[in-house]
Write a protein that binds this ligand. Structure first.
Ligand SMILES: [Zn+2]
Length: 69
């Protein structure tokens, strides 16, 4: 995969991924993310985003953690 901005090669790393849902930030760990070696542009794979959205769709029965930091 190449960076859409500078065309440099991108490497896949496991990074934290923050998702904003309404007023909440949900932090996911070890998400496969493409990182540009040159300009630090990052892109999460579409299938990962779809998996996250699918997971979040099932979160509506889960209460927010009152001990959130
Ligand atoms: Zn780049």
């Amino acid at each position: 995969m190449k960076c859409p901005y500078c065309n440099a090669p991108m490497t896949e790393e496991l990074l934290d991924y923050i998702v904003d849902i309404d007023d909440q930030e949900i932090r996911l760990e070890d998400v496969p993310t493409w990182v540009c070696e040159t300009c630090d542009y990052t892109e999460v794979e579409e299938e990962v985003i779809e998996a996250v959205e699918d997971m979040l769709a099932h979160l509506d029965t889960v209460q927010a953690d009152p001990e959130e930091e």
